[in-house]
Design a binder for this molecule. Structure first.
Ligand code: HAM
Length: 434
């Protein structure tokens, strides 16, 4: 026998029936994000490696350890995108979008790639639903994107998602804060791994994301950046909170929330799934959304001075939650038509196609086979009604249609419908019988 193949580790096939949850969530996103004024963009899967190094930051887990980077045939260093903010900013700058509109709101959905240690809800190819708003410095913009997330979770039916909020300041007080942080971590240098030492030297704030056991105590007692941010950012943060309260969006201040990417300024936030009771289906991968303001990135990447704020949600995690909480609502045919060998079979098939083309959910079994087998198939696909189409039905121009979803013990229910009247009957049944 020849060798069989497995998908690359950490990369999943998305198949029916779960794909129906993906499509439902994506459908809700398109509608809701559109209503909030966000338009879809699609950027390439791969980008110049330097784009991520410059934006996400060289001394971050994402760029330092997790990127799928390769040299292409033209000797360029290319990386599969680990996130969508940098590619969107690149596209925004490259296409001169700021010249044609002062305010831009984009969203995107698609696969991202990070070479991470896998577990439930954490994969090497995963899908993000993200949004980025360019051009507004006002706290109203921060709150608009947060409000979008809040409403989205409501619409897809995921409760117990808690908004964690922090501010990193505008950057002007960052050097003083980093000095403070260095002092704090100095006594722990000896127990640090070479990696953590590098972070200490080059990007001290990243130590706050470190998972190293020896550093956890030091991280817990580290000075919080919120205590050293500039006055303007304090006011901005107060305005964000005031507006969130006005909109009835609950939040928790989280002074440790520094996020694992370097481009953030001012507001940072995460939505974390924290069920009030029962086990957490996402385990320790409970962060379903992360985002914040990044007022310097567009300029740092060579574009105009444009403030921006955005977020990205982990779609894999949301699908997992929806499946656990609500199950899968499978689409099912309203009517399943059974066929027989013989010349009428062509007419039966033509009827199925005609009704489908008129917009009705009608199915049949292309294998033909014995009628009981076809009826089994109808049950399997959860058809609401079943009718055989043979020589008698063909001659009488009428179908005898059985209800396939009878309550246990209920008497058989059969209705007779003329072929001509089928569209009207199907219309009346498009809500499946109980
Ligand atoms: P992030 O926090 O790195 O932020 O990722 C956002 C979300 O993507 C996470 O909260 C999580 O739900 C999901 N995610 C991340 N890694 C994985 C993984 N390995 N497997 C499954 N899901 C994952 C960003 O990517 C920023 N670009 C967000 C942003 C947009 N900030 C401003 N604008």
């Amino acid at each position: 026998m020849s060798k069989t193949f497995a998908a690359v580790k950490g990369m999943n096939d998305l198949l029916p029936p779960q794909i129906e949850i993906w499509q439902r969530i994506e459908g809700i996103a398109r509608k809701l994000f559109g209503r909030y004024g966000f338009s879809e963009v699609r950027t390439p899967i791969v980008e110049d490696t330097a784009l991520f190094v410059r934006s996400v930051g060289e001394v971050t887990d994402i760029v330092g350890k997790e990127m799928y980077t390769f040299i292409d045939k033209g000797d360029r260093s290319i990386s599969m995108r680990p996130e969508g903010t940098a590619p969107a900013a690149r596209a925004y700058i490259e296409n001169g979008v700021a010249n044609t509109e002062p305010l831009t709101r984009w969203f995107y959905m698609g696969p991202m790639f990070r070479y991470e240690r896998m577990k439930t809800g954490r994969y090497r190819q995963f899908y993000q639903l993200g949004a980025e708003a360019y051009g507004a410095l006002d706290p109203a913009q921060d709150v608009e994107v947060i409000s979008l997330c809040h409403e989205f979770f409501k619409q897809i039916g995921v409760p117990d998602v808690v908004l964690h909020l922090n501010s990193l300041g505008d950057g002007s007080t960052r050097p003083a804060y980093l000095e403070l942080l260095k002092q704090h971590f100095l006594p722990f240098l000896e127990v640090m791994s070479p990696e953590a030492k590098l972070a200490y030297e080059k990007n001290t704030m990243r130590l706050l994301d470190s998972k190293e056991a020896a550093l956890q105590e030091a991280i817990a007692s580290a000075p919080a950046i919120l205590d050293s941010i500039d006055e303007g950012s304090k006011q901005h943060f107060a305005d964000v909170q005031r507006l969130l309260i006005k909109l009835g969006i609950p939040f928790e201040l989280d002074r440790r929330l520094v996020r694992g990417l370097d481009y953030y300024t001012r507001t940072t936030f995460e939505f974390i799934y924290e069920p009030k009771s029962g086990e957490n289906a996402l385990g320790t991968a409970g962060t379903v959304c992360g985002g914040g303001r990044y007022d310097r990135l567009v300029h740092e990447l060579g574009g105009p001075e444009k403030p921006a704020v955005g977020f990205a949600m982990g779609l894999d995690r949301l699908v997992l939650l929806v499946e656990k909480l609500k199950g899968i609502e499978r689409a099912a045919p309203t009517l399943f038509i059974g066929t027989f060998d013989g010349p009428e079979r062509d007419d039966a098939i033509a009827l199925v196609m005609k009704l489908r083309n008129e917009g009705f959910d009608v199915d049949f079994d292309p294998r033909n086979g014995k009628l009981p087998k076809q009826k089994e198939r109808a049950s399997k696909v959860n058809a609401a009604w079943f009718a055989a189409y043979g020589v008698n039905e063909h001659t009488a121009r009428t179908l005898k249609i059985d209800n396939m979803r009878l309550a246990p013990g209920a008497p058989k229910e059969t209705v007779e419908v003329a072929l001509d009247a089928l569209p009207a009957w199907l219309n009346s049944k498009s809500k499946t019988p109980s």
